[in-house]
Design a protein around this ligand. Sequence first.
Ligand code: GLY
Ligand code: MN
Ligand code: MN
Length: 407
Amino acid sequence: MIHQNRRKELLSQIDDNAVVVISTNPEQFRNGDVTFPFRPHSDFFYLTGFQEPQAVAVISRNTYTMFLRDKDPDREIWDGERLGLTDAPEILKLEKALNINLLEDHLAQLITAENVVYFDEKPCDFDRMLSNLLSSYTIKSLQDPLHEMRLIKDEFEMSTMQKAANISMVAHVLAMKYVFPNMFEYELQSVFDAHFVKNNAVHAYTPIVAGGKNACVLHYIENNQPLKSGDLVLIDAGCELDYYASDITRTFPVNGQFSEPQKQIYQIVLDAQLAAINSIKPGADVHMPHKIACDIIQQGLENLGLLAPGEPLSKFYMHGTGHWLGMDVHDVGKYQINKQHRVFEKGMVITVEPGIYIRKDDKINPIYHDIGIRIEDDVLVTNTGNTVLTEQLAKTIDEIETLMSED
Ligand code: GLY
Ligand code: MN
Ligand code: MN
């Protein structure tokens, strides 16, 4: 019913003579006939609820047709059961189910010259073929209306995202309690791997488990170095549950106790993060959290003598403060409309993730060398303000040290 309502809502927003054509993701081969686990394309799943590969949906006011794989007892021995053409109409609420092998010959029968086709080509062979088949029609982007819909989460989506956040928060707590000096980053990552699998979830993105100076590499994913006493470890890890992501970063001391310089930098990031979160409410400019975070970090680093007044902050803070979160970790949705920052609306979910990264540098006081700190939470915009989906996870210096000292 959820997917049916979404199709109806989409059609109500686009041209009367619109036909939506959308394919799912291609299967990804690792080598030979070995595939990566299949994950449907978020746009496709959002509209159809169908999880099998090799499928194309055609949606209009007159038809809802799916091209999909038919049953194949021989292949099903290897790859598992398929829905098949006979059961697909009832299960997927289709008007018509057609064999995917007929796509090339039958697609044109579902579209007339008067139709406007809503279609976006993904970089895969399948979509290149669709582009060719659709080349004679007027094409409009489906992403524009669809991604606006995906940006505003409904009750079901909010509750799924809260469940994903809950699983990820528990994993972060387990990691804080498990860490000890000289263990390897991948051993700490295993806490997340195990906890996500136990909860029928997967990583929403490649996790970052970065000890000491590795935290200053923003996209560090090797996770293969030993963790040293006296260093911090930055963990950016979140699960995807039922196709909805969570995205959490915590930074904590490997030996359970922050040093004074680490505390000074941590507190600046925390102050920036809390103030940025506080600015999120309906009607507020979506750029405001970044502006607030930058101002606080700039001031904090100037107070410590790490930046001269007015010196560019990008030396120590070089990324944005957040992004939309939903079915994809860097979720769809525009940040600007007509070149103006848009405003927050109820049902949007955004991350808030300021950081400070201080690489070794002769000009910087050595007590701050190799400190990399980021704090990231997931924030849902509500009627009057916001709810932090990841609120329950320890974040202040005291909360983290206390948690890590408990048996
Ligand atoms: N985990 C990806 C990000 O924080 O943007
Ligand atoms: Mn993020
Ligand atoms: Mn993250």
